[in-house]
Each structure stands twice: as C-alpha cells, then as structure tokens.
Design a protein around this ligand. Structure first.
Ligand code: GRF
Length: 203
C-alpha cells in the first residue's frame, strides 16, 4: 500500500510509522512525505528512510483552496491508498477532505471529543482532568470531529506540566498510530459516515 504522510514539524509520529513499515508491522510504504514548512525536521527523517520528501509552502498560494488543490495534486502523484496527517498544522478545506474521504487519518492529542483544537495538554491540566490521551480518527469536514478509530489513555499527575504530559501522550501516539495504519493496510478498517468499522483479525 502507498502511504503519503503530511507533516509540519518534528515528525516523531512519522518516524514511528516509517519504523513500522521498515519492520513489516505495517504492510505498506511511505511513498512521500509532504510538509508545508521547509524547515520541518520530519523531512530529514523521510529522506533518511528513503521516502520522497517535499515541501509545499502555503505562503506561495493566495488562498486555502488553491493551496489545498496543489497539495491534492502533489499527493495524487503517489497514488496513495492512505493519507496520514501527522502533526500537519493546517485546516483542510472541504474539497480536499471529500476528495480523500475514507482514506484520510489524523492523530489528535486528546481523548476526543474532549479538547478539539490546540493546547490540549494545558487545557486538560487546567480542567483538573486525571485522565488524558490521544485519538486516531478519520478526517471529516468537521475539525477534529471525524469518527474515532482508537484511543489511548494516560494519567495526569499533580506535579505534571504540559511538557511532561505531552511526553506521556507521545509514547502512546507512537503505539496507536502505527497500529491503526496496520489495520487499514490489512483492509480491515474503513469509514462509513460517522463510524469507523474494524473487521476481526483474519485467521
Ligand atoms: C502530535 O502530538 C500529534 O498528536 C499532533 O501533533 C503532534 C505532532 O508531533 N497532531 P510530531 O511532529 O509527530 O513529533
């Protein structure tokens, strides 16, 4: 399977996915990594792993729609079975989301539907939550609102700050994102409207 990963920064989730493809845990290949930021460290990770690495700068485009169309066309060159958002810090227009509907996944650092949007760790701490986590979900037009496939929980301790919580959440992200992508590449996972459906493990 051809997997295209979109990033904006460090790409530690990308690294977990690259490693899972290299080990055979995911029956797929990251054919391309695309960043909207030229200095994203994840682009180096991509090159290191032998993936095609691209920067498509949003500052070169007049509107969100024109950028998203260029992005769509670049992605299509790699005939993806799956498009994975891994710290891609841009809102995608409805046309883009519809085009890749059913094969567009995101990871969000909260237990959705809690804390959609940004600063999730800080918000969970401020709310006094004792549990926090991350969610892998299919992307729909509603921001951070698509059907959840899998979540992982982590505790929040009284001496935590956003950074220590983020670290704990990241460890879980590196576990659940490759797992969900594995399921998708096995043909066991699909989106049906607001639902994510997972078939039993084949014998
Ligand atoms: C992750 O915490 C992810 O949940 C969020 O952005 C962060 C990306 O980190 N969407 P990295 O670039 O994968 O290191």
């Amino acid at each position: 399977k051809s997997i295209v990963v979109l990033i904006s920064g460090n790409g530690s989730n990308l690294q977990a996915i690259l490693d899972a493809c290299a080990s055979g845990f995911i029956a797929g290949k990251v054919t391309a990594v695309i960043s909207n930021k030229a200095d994203a460290y994840g682009l180096l990770r991509a090159r290191e792993a032998g993936s095609s690495a691209h920067c498509l700068a949003h500052s070169d485009y007049a509107s969100r729609e024109s950028y998203d169309l260029a992005l769509q066309q670049l992605i299509e060159q790699f005939t993806p079975d799956l498009v994975v958002l891994a710290g891609f810090m841009r809102i995608l227009s409805p046309g883009f989301v519809q085009h890749f509907s059913g094969k567009l996944l995101n990871i969000h650092p909260s237990l959705l539907p809690k804390y959609q949007g940004l600063r999730t760790h800080q918000r969970a701490i401020e709310a006094g939550d004792q549990m926090h986590g991350c969610s892998v979900h299919f992307v729909t037009e509603e921001l951070d609102g698509g059907p959840v496939v899998l979540q992982a929980k982590v505790p929040i301790f009284s001496d935590d700050d956003a950074e220590t919580v983020a670290e704990r959440v990241h460890e879980q992200e590196y576990r659940i994102y490759p797992l969900v992508i594995r399921w998708f590449c096995q043909g066991r996972l699909r989106q049906q409207g607001q639902q994510a459906l997972l078939d039993d493990e084949p014998l």
